[in-house]
Design a protein around this ligand. Structure first.
Ligand SMILES: [Zn+2]
Length: 186
């Protein structure tokens, strides 16, 4: 990942949230955001034919989401057979690629936090989508309140895996624990 990207993503995610009237302490709404940006979202269940049956598998082994070029713009195709928290992560991942203006043909996402793009673009989209779902400021507030991963997941309406990732890798818990240890030795 490019130097300074994490700091940039932290700020950018707060700006993106503000565009749909959200602060750092509420669940992100990727559908409202896509709407605001004029990005059509197509649900797989609305497509027809054998392609649909192939893609529509609840375990997501075939597809979670995809960016599909439409004219000069882009649409997001999402697998609506998956659980809502999983869909929200996929949506944020694809939206992050759009916001960061990544080059893409068709980006297919099978893993919850990855698609087929690979490299720096993939790492950047992954990190930014994490900041969109649980901003660092939100993670810090939860860490100070001793929130568990489960509580963080419920508060931000994300999967347990995403909550655990953000609470541990945003640095929130580490910083709060360090501050507490320092106070304890005074
Ligand atoms: Zn991707």
């Amino acid at each position: 990942m490019r130097r300074g990207f994490k700091t940039e993503a932290k700020r950018l995610a707060l700006e993106l949230r503000a565009e749909i009237g959200l602060g750092a302490h509420s669940p992100f709404n990727p559908y409202a955001f896509a709407d605001e940006y004029g990005i059509p979202v197509i649900q797989l269940s609305n497509l027809h034919g054998p392609a649909r049956d192939h893609f529509l598998q609840a375990d997501g082994s075939a597809l979670s989401g995809a960016l599909v070029p439409i004219g000069t713009g882009v649409a997001i195709l999402e697998n609506d057979a998956q659980p809502p928290t999983r869909r929200r992560t996929t949506m944020c991942h694809e939206l992050a690629h759009v916001v960061l203006e990544h080059e893409f043909g068709v980006s297919l996402s099978a893993d919850e936090r990855r698609c087929g793009l690979g490299g720096d673009q993939e790492d950047e989209a992954d990190w930014l989508s994490g900041e969109m779902l649980i901003p660092s400021d939100g993670a810090f507030r939860l860490a100070r309140a001793n929130a568990t991963d489960q509580q963080a997941a419920e508060f931000f309406d994300v999967s347990l895996a995403v909550a655990r990732w953000r609470m541990n890798h945003s640095g929130a818990r580490k910083v709060v624990e360090r501050a507490r240890r320092k106070r304890a030795t005074l």
